[in-house]
Design a protein around this ligand. Sequence first.
Ligand code: 5AD
Ligand code: FES
Length: 362
Amino acid sequence: MLNTLEGILKQDNFSSSDIVKLLSSDGEARTLLFRKSAEVKEKYIGRKVWFRGLIEFSNVCGKDCLYCGIRKGNRNLVRYNLTDDEVLEAARFAYVNRYGSIALQSGELESPSVTGRIENLLHKIKELSNGELGITLSVGEQTPEVYKRWFDAGAHRYLLRVESTNETLYRKIHPGDIKHSFSRRMACLKYLQDIGYQTGTGVMIGLPFQTLEDLAGDLLFMEEFDIDMCGMGPYIEHADTPLIKHSGSLLPLKERFDLTLKMIAIIRIMMKDINIVAATALQAIDPIGREKAVKIGANIVMPNITPGKYRDSYKLYDNKPCTDDSAEDCQSCLEARISLADAEVIYGEWGDAIHYKKRLEG
Ligand code: 5AD
Ligand code: FES
């Protein structure tokens, strides 16, 4: 096993079966994988980490994904929508504290008023930060026209997780209606890339019915699509969702966690200069989960800067960390944690994916 793995890690391109072997590695072989991914990160990115201040500005959602705690059908939570002033205040906090960027995230809604509101917020955030704050959007599927308007208003990165690139699995974790169409999801990702966004995607790891071959397919898709950013996290069941009925068939949480670290390590080796997020969901399983991800390949952390009183209501999954903390708490806590992971937070820079710049240069 060790010899096979050493051989695989010497290659430049992985096949699906190579990836499955890497995902199955344990003991010394696993250590070897993590050593290699850490080396790649050090060489191409350095020991740097950039912050994206995360503003979860609304948990109102028009969709009903079977895994998600803020799905429309869940009546067991208080719905909220930050006022524009609250969003701008959070953005100002990020700017004053020299976070290079923020990420605006919410449930998925498509409407002219949502489009206009976000466009207006983008303009105002650019204004209050003298054009200095980078802005990532993560508000789901929209038409190409809407994506273009937001791009023109100043958003330059977009995160749209595909959740799974296996269409059969995708259909099992979403309702079977046109609002949850796999092909639209894929089309949206392409619109974003064509418009010129730094485009990010990702999947959940450890979903019911998911195989290692599925996960290998996910990574090969990301490589083929030529993404700039990747955000992957473990699937964590939520009691008030339909998928909870499959919780008996899931991998133990620790294994989902370990598989996520391996996915991060492998994509770092495959796509050396992309930005990789250390997902918050990792920390719901292991108190130093995000730091472990930073050590083996991730270079982006998203401190939550949503005003404290709303945080409890943005629970996508059970056991979400930091919901009791304030933005200031998250910053000092994360700063200390990142330096424990032998990395350094870079302030006042956008921290764009090197991959994106190279992609533009052709
Ligand atoms: N477990 C882990 N991640 C989840 N997400 C939604 N629900 C869950 C869950 N139960 C993730 C999805 C979505 C992102 C915002 O949160 O991948 O794209
Ligand atoms: Fe909100 Fe899926 S439930 S986007």
